[in-house]
Design a protein around this ligand. Structure first.
Ligand code: 5AD
Ligand code: SF4
Length: 476
């Protein structure tokens, strides 16, 4: 079903988190029945969408410089519409329309993606200036009553296949935690969970199209409490159990989680559900109780460490990842030292570190004791040095072990293939491309800074007894 004669080209530039990556695909899915095909080349585009991130100041400033560049292309005679989506659009809708007047045609928030075709026709019928530019951009930043997921079409199977063997699936959106540094509760709204059946329908479709690994997404994904067919609220652990029943699905991951929502049920799922991978992104942000309190994190350092102990008891090989903010208002050298010490105590497989960035409208923005930029930079460097060492050590710790690797793509060199370990490490090895899409036992032989090298363990090496038997039989 196409409502346009000539196929139109859609270019989406995605900033920020994995949910934006997922959302960009769903925008493409919403426009596909209206004749839009994705293009990786901005010069071919009829519609350019910037899917923006508002989490830190730099992220949103990038949007305005990109709008400037797009305006130059249009001034050179290129003819395309410009849309701004995502969290900057949600937070600063009218402000963008005003500040980028003539450079942007459509501004729409994350809850309006299903309305994209209709919004575009509003743009096309809008009042124009003499030079053809719109008098005013169409701005849509309401939180509509209807569930956008009910209205977003599922992608065609070959489109899903072209996106790879691993896929994101949003199961939860928004956040009710109100950490004092964070804009998410304002841009993504109150916490909501998609119903279990809706998630299963999308998951089955992805797996039927060839997806082998799903990463469930949510701003606070472990607070998931979607309703099942009987109207009963189901937690994330149970959702993962339902997903694990899907034949052909090899692996399940989820991100990102809040320590306070790490329930016994979810921790037990890491022990009981073979498809749930032993890698957990569980941000703590700071190791200092005073800072955790003023961040409104709702847990102490000791609470967090106790949660880590429970997780390790259920799944001793769990690889841990986290987010850390340095230079939150009031953070002293001693507070920062506590952050270094919690990193040493937990031991991270990977971590993301940020300098505190003032977000207007959040409580942190008005707090006393804002930390100087130079101090933030110093602390960030010290934290990064520690984390880099830990990441390298974690890579080395798997050398000599045989890990299940999901083979995802051809490698960089001919004859090479690449995939991921259960701990989300990129693994390269020699092997034929026909193994793409399978899970193989791989002996890890070396660890570099960003990836590890392995060697596929052959059937004979895996089963030395039966190998010997077959040799003996052959010798008879
Ligand atoms: N400044 C710096 N980092 C932030 N994050 C969220 N808000 C801010 C902010 N104002 C970080 C947190 C969060 C991650 C997604 O981004 O560490 O977990
Ligand atoms: Fe932001 Fe805190 Fe919610 Fe995470 S839990 S999205 S950091 S408010």
């Amino acid at each position: 079903m196409t409502s346009e004669i000539r196929p139109k080209k859609l270019f989406i530039k995605t900033y920020g988190c994995q949910m934006n990556v997922y959302d960009s695909d769903r925008m493409a899915d919403a426009l596909a029945p209206h004749g839009y095909e994705p293009t990786p080349v901005i010069d071919d585009a009829d519609l350019v969408v910037l899917n923006t991130c508002h989490i830190r100041e730099k992220a949103s400033e990038k949007v305005f410089s990109e709008l400037g560049r797009l305006a130059e292309l249009r001034a050179e005679g290129r003819d395309f519409l410009v849309g701004v989506a995502g969290c900057v659009a949600q937070a600063e809708g009218e402000e963008i329309a005003r500040r980028a007047k003539g450079r942007v045609d459509l501004v729409f928030g994350p809850q309006s993606y299903h309305r994209l075709p209709e919004l575009l026709s509003r743009v096309r019928s809008g009042a124009r200036n003499e030079d053809g530019t719109l008098r005013a951009a169409v701005v849509e930043t309401e939180f509509p009553q209807e569930d956008k997921f009910e209205h977003l079409p599922l992608a065609e199977k070959q489109v899903i296949r072209s996106r790879g063997l691993t896929a994101f699936l949003t199961v939860q959106e928004g956040c009710d935690k109100f950490c004092s540094f964070c804009v998410v509760p304002y841009t993504r709204g109150a916490e909501t969970s998609r119903p279990v059946e809706q998630v299963l329908v999308e998951a089955r479709r992805l797996v039927e199209a060839g997806v082998r690994e799903l990463t469930l997404l949510g701003q606070n994904v472990n607070a998931y409490h979607g309703l099942d067919a009987k109207g009963r609220a189901v937690g994330l652990g149970e959702l993962c159990a339902r997903l694990a029943e899907i034949e052909g699905l090899a692996r399940i991951r989820y991100t990102t989680s809040h320590p306070a929502d790490m329930t016994d049920e979810l921790i037990a799922a890491h022990r009981d559900n073979d498809k749930l991978m032993p890698y957990l992104h569980l941000p703590v942000q700071s190791g200092s109780d005073a800072i955790l309190k003023s961040m409104n994190r709702r847990h102490t350092r000791a609470d967090f460490l106790a949660i880590i102990d429970r997780i390790k008891a259920a799944r001793p090989d769990m690889a841990l990842s986290g987010d850390f903010i340095v230079g939150f208002p009031g953070e002293t050298d001693a507070d920062f030292e506590q952050t270094l010490s919690i990193v040493r105590e937990v031991g991270y497989a990977s971590a993301y570190t940020f300098k505190y960035s003032i977000r207007p409208g959040t409580p942190g923005a008005d707090m006393d004791g804002q930390v100087e930029e130079a101090v933030k930079s110093e602390r960030l460097a010290a934290l990064n040095a520690l984390i880099t060492t830990q990441m390298r050590d974690f890579g080395r710790s798997v050398v000599g072990r045989t890990l299940d690797v999901l083979i995802e793509k051809p490698g960089r060199m001919p004859g090479q293939i690449g995939g991921r370990s259960p701990y989300l490490q990129a693994v390269h090895m020699a092997g034929p491309e026909r193994l793409i899409g399978t899970v193989q036992p791989v002996l890890i032989v070396a660890a570099g800074n960003n990836s590890i090298e392995g060697k596929i363990v052959t059937h004979a090496e895996r089963n030395p007894a039966s190998f010997l038997e077959s040799q003996e039989l052959a010798a008879l």
